[in-house]
Design a protein around this ligand. Structure first.
Ligand SMILES: Nc1ncnc2c1ncn2[C@@H]1O[C@H](COP(=O)(O)OP(=O)(O)O)[C@@H](O)[C@H]1O
Ligand SMILES: [Mg+2]
Length: 149
């Protein structure tokens, strides 16, 4: 299932992230793509807050994986620096685990990513406006079905 929606500003992004937050289940896998500054980390902050993460979520670029404990456990990865390395078996333990996992730049480790996943690609239209390309496979299909603009 594939859908495109337009997000006009930050507050619409927050609402969208919260809507996705309502759909989580154990092992939830959310893959993010989009240029630097597109809003992957911003989305993750709103999403994390909505699922009960009270710690400040920031860009994990220099750590690859950050683990946040709250009402849910969130694994937040930024695998930008793993480009061209491909498989990362140590990360797979987290990607295939029972917690909530968000991966920025997931295409860099595509060989380690299950086919069943929710993908959100963020395209910058202008300063505040974004085009979201959303694709859900397997049990993520119905999440995409329910998304409205
Ligand atoms: N609609 C929007 N959605 C997400 N971010 C937005 C939006 N409008 C403006 N921004 C700004 O764009 C920047 C996105 O940065 P960030 O989330 O770190 O991007 P990325 O993680 O994709 O590199 C932030 O400064 C954020 O405030
Ligand atoms: Mg980021």
């Amino acid at each position: 299932m594939y859908k495109e929606i337009i997000i006009e500003n930050l507050s619409e992004m927050k609402i969208f992230a919260e809507d996705i937050g309502k759909t989580i289940f154990p092992g939830f896998l959310l893959c993010l793509e989009g240029d630097l500054g597109a809003g992957k980390t911003t989305f993750t902050k709103y999403f994390g807050a909505s699922i009960g993460i009270t710690d400040m979520i920031n860009s994990p670029t220099f750590t690859i994986l950050k683990i946040y404990e709250g009402k849910n456990t969130l694994y937040h990865m930024d695998v930008y620096r793993l480009m061209g390395i491909g498989m990362d078996f140590e990360l797979e333990e987290f990607i295939y685990g029972d917690e909530i996992c968000v991966i920025e730049w997931y295409k860099n480790i595509i060989e380690s990513i299950p086919d069943e996943r929710l993908v959100i690609e963020i395209e910058i239209i202008d300063l505040d406006k974004r085009l979201l390309k959303i694709e859900g496979t397997g049990k993520y299909e119905e999440i995409v079905e329910k998304i409205t603009n």
